[in-house]
Design a protein around this ligand. Structure first.
Ligand SMILES: *Cc1c(COP(=O)(O)O)cnc(C)c1O
Length: 400
């Protein structure tokens, strides 16, 4: 069978299994109300959690940087692409996280696929939670280390596996707040295991940065891991993205200065790619200032999430263990998730259905994400529409 036959048959199979994907077109900035495929809809699936992607100060910072530094960075960071906004945002991130250094990558996908293979190689072992993001999975594969996938959030399983490799270099990788389940990693217990075996811990804070913790630095802060001023353990690395709560694009890995310098020398996805346009670094810097000066933004976000969670739980939706702004409504079959998405769209509400391979087979879901700028009226509206669609499709019971 030739490549073209393969392509045709695979597409037909995806179609049959309700797994074929296509793009929808958004003709507005991100926000609670967007125009999707030419129609105004309520947006409940953006990761722009703090509603900063269209904030005037963020735009102004990007614009000023663009006028000063141009658009393209022209080269990789290590050649001539390292412009002032890159340096400034790295310093800002390091200061915010109270670590020695941060290293900017072009995206979270670059960060995970660069940092993991730099830290471990053939002959080493990486322990990865079964629900980790695809960029972590790919980073593990690229490393050529032995990959031990442990049951989601199961510290016993992790400990048992780590104990089986007493003399190997070990890296444990987890997400702070899981992207598709919205639940927290048990970081305190995971850190115990990591420390006892002198392994290293990489925490992907993509969904927790700017959202969780008193200062908004993420799940490590919330779990009171030894991170931060004067108490940082060099075995903990944090990865975060600038494209979610910070409303820009790009990502970083932050921690001990020597480890970060090592990544600067060894992470291939950092070395062999054109630097992120510096206007995006400047935009992320402005967003970070807002995270620090406007803590009410994350409080509003979490309050919105609480309100919507209460309404959906009362309707009988299965929300799993989700705790914050990500509300997964697990329905099982991919066609049910897509039927729900279409029913909601017909009523002017957009919530993307999530299907395999993004989530395990049999756990297709609607993944709602709440933003700081959602109003009570937006939240009431999505709840009403979800109740109607869920009852019609038999996913939740009719009120008795
Ligand atoms: C989004 C995401 C990434 C990738 O970040 P990008 O900047 O979008 O490439 C990595 N890890 C997790 C957990 C994510 O949700």
């Amino acid at each position: 069978m030739g490549v073209l036959d393969f392509v045709g048959e695979e597409l037909a199979r995806l179609e049959r299994e309700e797994l074929r994907r296509s793009l929808r077109e958004v003709s507005t900035p991100q926000g609670p109300e967007i125009v999707l495929d030419g129609r105004p809809v309520l947006n409940f699936c953006s990761n722009d959690y703090l509603s900063l992607a269209d904030h005037p100060l963020v735009l102004a910072s990007a614009k000023e940087a663009m006028l000063t530094y141009g658009v393209g960075a022209g080269a990789s960071r290590l050649i001539v692409g390292n412009q002032t906004p890159h340096v400034e945002v790295e310093n800002q991130i390091a200061d915010f996280l109270e670590v020695e250094q941060a290293l900017l990558f072009s995206s979270g996908y670059h960060a995970n696929t660069g940092a993991i293979p730099a830290l471990i190689n053939e002959g080493d072992v990486v322990f990865s939670d079964e629900l980790n993001h695809a960029s972590i999975i790919d980073g593990c594969r690229l490393s050529r280390a032995e990959v031990q996938v442990f049951d989601h959030n199961d510290v016993e399983d992790l400990a048992r596996r780590v104990r089986a490799f007493p003399d190997r270099r070990c890296l444990v990788v987890v997400e702070g707040l899981y992207s598709m389940n919205g639940d927290l990693a048990p970081l305190g217990a995971i850190w115990q295991v990591v420390r006892e075996h002198d392994a290293m811990l990489l925490v992907d804070e993509a969904h927790a940065l700017g959202v969780l913790g008193e200062r908004g630095t993420g799940a490590c802060e919330l779990a009171d891991l030894p991170v931060g001023l004067g108490r940082s353990d060099p075995r903990i690395l944090r990865m975060g993205t600038l494209g979610k709560a910070l409303g820009s694009a790009g990502a970083f890995v932050a921690g001990d200065g020597e480890v970060i310098d090592f990544l600067r020398n060894r992470a291939r996805s950092f070395i062999f790619t054109t630097a992120l346009p510096s206007l995006l670094a400047a935009a992320a810097g402005a967003a970070l200032r807002l995270v620090r000066t406007e803590p009410d933004r994350r409080r509003r976000l979490l309050e919105n999430a609480r309100k919507l969670r209460r309404k959906l739980a009362a309707q009988g939706w299965d929300l799993g263990e989700s705790i914050a702004q990500i509300l997964p409504l697990t329905v099982g079959a991919p066609e049910t998730a897509m039927d729900l998405t279409e029913s909601l769209l017909a009523e002017g509400v957009y919530v993307q259905g999530i299907r395999p391979p993004t989530v395990p087979a049999g756990t297709s879901r609607l993944r709602l994400s709440v933003c700081a700028a959602h109003t009570d009226a937006h939240i009431d509206r999505v709840a009403v529409v979800l109740a109607r669609a869920g009852q019609r499709l038999g996913v939740i019971a009719h009120p008795t």
